[in-house]
Design a protein around this ligand. Sequence first.
Ligand SMILES: [Mg+2]
Length: 252
Amino acid sequence: MLNFSDSHLEYPCYTGDTKSEKKQFEVVLIDADDTLWENYFYFEKARETFLNFMEKQGFDREEVNYYLNHFDTKRLEDIGFGSNGFKKAMEFTLNHFYSKKNMLIGANEKNFLFNIKEYIYNQPSIPYPGVKTTLHYLKKRYSLFLVTKGDSKEQLNKVKRSGLASYFRETIVLNDKKEEHYRKLIVSLKLNPEKTVMVGNSPKSDINPAVKAGMYGILIKREKQWAYEEEELIKSDKIITIHSFKELARIL
Ligand SMILES: [Mg+2]
């Protein structure tokens, strides 16, 4: 049987008649970026492009990367998520290094940062292998909600490009994903947290806060992760870890 109490297991195990077990949940909330499609990859490509540029200007690559990370992860509350937030983080970094050498930021630099932002903004949002068939399977059995965070326009554009919107009853873009946001979702969507599971790639944004709010959590562990999203999983028998979206059809 599906057993959430064996939280030390990397894979859940169930045997026998799964029909009744699979009715355990009524609602499945699903994260978008790096859960349904690749996202971090594009930020990393953008980072490489920026670091190459700064290196050519005579700055130390590692030091620039340190400051970019600092602005990108430590100041998110001020600068926001998404391509615009990353552009601001690059601007802060550029300012920091240019001012040390009394260099001026000109049209060339502004265009360069704008183009990097556009590159991230226009990422293709191609679903991971098996996502569509798995969503098709899940939609027949559960109420599905897409729960993402960031800039509303940017996130909704990604959902549109992905072609996945019709699998979900609703797409919800939160400005952040902390415990309080999940508690508000429980109220606004009239959810029973004991019958609700949150699926996502981030312990910090998807799993820990949702479980603290009373829901279950399924972590899809990705090899590479944005530093901001790194956090130890809380100890809970309500959490399962899997390694691909396709595996959901086995456990839900
Ligand atoms: Mg994510």
